[in-house]
Design a protein around this ligand. Structure first.
Ligand code: GLN
Length: 548
């Protein structure tokens, strides 16, 4: 059976529990241990799939097709190991299981209550991934902030596990804030003291405190926090603001967070941390040789978390190409034929983002047209690919009312259509085409050069698809389907070979990009943008070919 580390958060939200959990996991993995991370979220939605990105940021999709919290993206990007449905549990999912059992009569006439029935189900799921020999350590991040009413059952479950499991099988890390008051020129420990007190009142005592701070903690502050929060002084960990999240594992290594955990869990078999690749990556990230500017065309740009995986993929691909990728957000709602030149001038590449619904659609189509005509490197993801198809249909094939039936159910030219198996679905949650599917790539295509393979697998999240009735017409006029699902024939990749870099994909390559394995399409796209930039706006196909 695995050992368990729980990570709770106090004082405020957005302290970065996910990054601390992922960084600790990275260090333990680098020391040769098998680690996974899971997230328990206190909201009632069964999963975040039905949430508007403005509410909770991006919905991250796993290989097995689970729609999950974006923190799972950080876990995968740091660890390069896949997560699954089991790694993300919400209050809604817990209640759904318990209520289904109640309806089935499984509780044999008993009154079903938060304690013990809900807490038992929480505990069962908390322990699940640690059963068997797949993992040595399971890190569980508890969403929300200590003191929230809604996270109480999770904290109670942690309390029970702290009591039930042997001392060296479970530990709790509490993440807090130590604010710096400019007027007093002092770091203040009181919020941390209150937060630990509140956690202790629920019966959970933290073994380690990770303190987010803008200023170094210093020995006096560490001692004060240790004394008043009743933890060992070496268990007070300083977590200074970092220039990039990818630096945090090294900061935590310096603070010996991993060693403290290994000691508490009585794990003696571990190696020196192997972080060579990580450090090379970090060096490339911090000291780029040049810069490229990519326009991200989307409608949720006010909230950067809505495009988390895309932005992180650019960071990975930038490091790989030794360039800094500056992402310029362009709101699709405000792009028009009149202002497109002004808005997109000076970019080295254009990415049209995934999305749902009508808002901002026409702006995306105008942006695609600009990239196609100006031979600006173009990359469309999911809805972005669908917009490229619509643009081509309208402006090259002359089908002026071409549309997706998602936006216009009555169009006479539904070049993007709802998938057949989607038509009978009535429920919204978890019913899209989700998760990993294979894709067969045409030899000689841009996609094949970029992937270096004709058989790939990528993750999906959509209901609409390229309408194959139009395929011949598209191909005859220069837009090719260069990647298809080998079983259904569903179009996965489109390209315009007469354009030096024009590619759209129905899937989400950003979901599989990690520090160690950056997504090939992002690497290829950033490379194209780099050449475009070096040549001041010209990208020759031969040059592209040579550099891939
Ligand atoms: N709304 C489109 C569909 O459902 C695209 C989805 C997406 O971009 N993830 O097919």
């Amino acid at each position: 059976m695995a050992k368990y580390i729980f990570v709770t958060g106090g004082v405020t939200s957005s302290l970065g529990k996910g990054i601390i959990a992922a960084s600790l996991a990275k260090l333990l993995q680098a020391r040769g241990l098998k680690v996974t991370i899971q997230k328990f979220d206190p909201y009632i939605n069964v999963d975040p799939g039905t949430l508007n990105p403005y509410e909770h940021g991006e919905c991250y999709v796993t290989e097995d097709g689970a729609e999950t919290d974006l923190d799972l993206g950080h876990y995968e990007r740091f660890l390069s190991t896949p997560t699954s449905q089991a790694n993300n549990v919400t209050t809604g999912r817990i209640y759904q299981t318990v209520i289904n059992k109640e309806r089935a009569g499984d509780f044999l006439g008993k009154t079903v209550q938060v304690v013990p029935h809900i807490t038992d189900e929480i505990k069962r799921r908390m322990l699940l991934l640690g059963k068997g020999s797949q993992f040595d350590i399971v890190i569980t991040e508890i969403g929300g902030t200590v003191g929230d009413i809604e996270s109480l059952p999770f904290i109670e479950a942690v309390r029970q596990l702290q009591w039930e499991l042997p001392e060296d099988k479970v530990m709790v890390i509490h993440l807090t804030l130590v604010p710096y008051l400019k007027a007093a020129k002092e770091l203040k420990t009181k919020p941390t003291q209150h937060s630990v007190k509140m956690l202790s009142e629920t019966g959970v005592h933290p073994d380690v405190l990770v303190c987010r701070t803008e200023e170094p903690l210093g020995n006096d502050i560490r001692r004060k926090i240790a004394l008043f929060c009743n933890v060992k002084q070496e268990a007070v960990i300083e977590a200074m603001d970092a220039s990039t999240i990818y630096e945090v594992p090294l900061l935590m290594l310096r603070e010996k967070l991993d060693i403290i955990c290994l000691k508490k869990l009585n794990i003696t078999q571990y190696s020196e941390p192997n972080l060579e690749k990580w450090k090379v990556y970090l060096d490339k990230l911090k000291y780029p040789k040049s810069k490229v500017t990519i326009g991200l065309i989307g409608k949720y740009i006010e909230l950067q978390d809505a495009y988390k995986s895309i932005l992180e993929s650019f960071i990975h691909a930038g490091a790989m190409n030794e360039v800094k990728v500056q992402v310029v957000n362009v709101h699709s709602e405000f792009i028009t034929e009149e202002n497109v030149q002004e808005k997109l001038e000076g970019l080295d590449g254009l990415l049209v983002a995934p999305g749902f619904g009508l808002r901002g659609i026409e702006g995306k189509i105008v942006a695609v047209k600009y990239a196609r005509e100006k031979k600006l490197p173009f990359f469309g993801i999911c809805l972005g690919m669908q917009m490229a198809v619509i643009e081509f249909a309208r402006n090259v094939l002359g089908l002026s009312d071409a549309h997706s039936t998602e936006m216009d159910a009555n169009t006479t030219n539904p070049v993007i259509n709802m998938m057949e198996e989607q038509k009978k679905i009535k429920m919204m949650g978890g019913t899209m085409r989700l998760g990993a599917y294979p894709c067969a790539i045409q030899p000689g295509s841009l996609a094949e050069k970029i992937y270096g393979s004709t058989a790939i697998s990528e993750r999906h999240r959509h209901r609409y698809e390229f309408n194959s009735d139009y395929l011949e017409q598209f191909e005859a006029n220069g837009m090719l389907a260069t990647g298809t699902n080998p079983e259904s024939g569903l179009v996965e990749i489109i390209e315009i070979p007469t354009h030096p870099f024009f590619i759209g994909v129905q899937y989400h390559p950003e979901l599989k990009s990690s520090v160690e394995y950056p997504a090939p399409l992002f690497v290829g796209f950033v490379n194209a943008a780099k050449i475009y930039n070096e040549n001041k706006g010209i990208l020759h196909a031969e040059q592209m070919e040579e550099s891939i």
